[in-house]
Design a protein around this ligand. Structure first.
Ligand code: CP3
Length: 343
């Protein structure tokens, strides 16, 4: 059997559509909690090679997927930078917030050494997983990680981060540049340990003031990719500029990603017409459509996406992470529809 996703990138043409799901390893599978409960807390979970391996493999036990995404979190970089990262039930991540201009930005952490359990997990996974399944390593993008580090938690508008961008620009750029360096180290380590695809999550790119989009989202991504390429890391790279709207066009032409992941608000026909045709597309099913039981809309919508992307290199996925309420039956149904569809 072929590795569909790698064929898509390297051979440029495939007859079947590859499929995987953002947050496929999470809470919508009851067994996930059995794995999570064996760790002291979420950081401990992401620091245990055995638990990472088990959580990464979990969705493959139930679904016929073309990729496994390694179990970790984008907030492992702030944790390494000693920002006291915690995950609170029903709140989400809580960090010790950085104070713009005042907080010192640590520049000398050894990312590879601190993420040794992740590295070991990737080595085991690449050996254990069948060769037709792609192994995805990932990182947050600098802007998105900065958002959590300054705000100290999730936010609906990230006002403190945007204030820092406007009022403490020199300090902010220092943070972005430092994060860019750590992200490169983390991605390089993952590719060397066995990840055959890398993904960069810019989950809060829609908070970037438009005139800063190039400086905050496109240029750092391009730098990450250029440095990786100069180090001979040539694996395909997927970028998620979440809800970036009209900025998706420039991102597709200038960031140098090999594939652009689309959120569920993007009109897929518009994307095909307007985004760089040499960049593959991933997405853009609404993850919430996987919640209602026996929905007549789900199948219709999956088919609409499949028909629209016939002429394009396309990876089926949701437009953002599947939620804990998602029904496993729906995921199975979507996989079946995609797997029986012929381009
Ligand atoms: O299955 C997978 O996708 C692999 C693992 C993965 C996790 N986080 C595990 C996780 C991945 C790829 C991420 C990326 C991530 N983490 C992003 C980028 C993608 C996105 O969702 O936009 C972001 C913004 C985070 C930060 C984060 N981590 C938040 C906001 C939360 C809490 C709220 C939520 O969405 O669940 C986490 C915790 C987290 N990371 C969980 C999982 C499975 C839930 C932890 C739990 O309660 O057991």
């Amino acid at each position: 059997m072929n590795n569909l996703i790698l064929d898509l990138f390297y051979k440029n043409e495939i007859s079947e559509i590859p499929i995987w799901f953002l947050r496929q390893s999470g809470r919508h599978i009851p067994e996930y909690f059995l794995i999570r409960n064996r760790a002291r807390d979420f950081i401990d979970f992401c620091s245990s090679t055995n638990l990472i391996v088990e959580a990464t493999k979990l969705p493959l036990k139930y679904y016929n997927l073309d990729a496994a995404i390694v179990f970790s979190d984008i907030l492992m970089i702030p944790w390494i930078m000693k920002r006291d990262v915690k995950f609170e039930k029903s709140i989400g991540p809580i960090l010790n917030p950085l104070i713009p201009n005042d907080s010192k930005i640590i520049k000398d952490v050894n990312v590879v050494k601190k993420l040794e359990p992740l590295k070991q997990a990737l080595k085991i996974l690449r050996k254990d997983l069948p060769s037709q399944i792609s192994l995805i390593g990932f990182s947050g993008a600098p802007w998105t990680i900065a958002c959590y580090m300054i705000e100290g938690r999730s936010s609906k508008d990230f006002v403190n981060t945007r204030k820092a961008l406007w009022n403490s620009n020199k300090w902010f750029m220092e943070l972005i540049e430092t994060l860019t360096m750590y992200i490169i180290d983390k991605l390089e380590m993952q590719a060397k340990a066995g990840a055959d695809i890398l993904m960069i999550f810019d989950s809060w790119s829609h908070m970037i003031p438009n005139n800063f989009f190039k400086e905050m989202a496109i240029n750092p991504t391009k730098k990450i990719i250029n440095v990786l390429r100069s180090k001979n890391i040539n694996v395909p790279i997927i970028g998620l500029p979440f809800k970036a709207g009209t900025s998706l066009v420039d991102y597709s032409y200038e960031s140098e990603v090999d594939c652009i992941a689309l959120d569920w608000t993007v009109n897929i026909d518009w994307a095909i017409k307007n985004l760089n045709p040499s960049v593959a597309i991933q997405g853009n099913l609404d993850p919430v459509s996987l919640i209602p039981e026996n929905s007549e809309h789900l199948e219709k919508n999956v088919n609409l996406i499949l028909n629209s992307t016939r002429q394009r290199r396309f990876i089926f996925n949701v437009g953002h992470g599947i939620t804990p309420e998602c029904k496993m039956e729906n995921v199975k149904r979507v996989v079946e529809i995609v797997k029986t569809f012929k381009k």
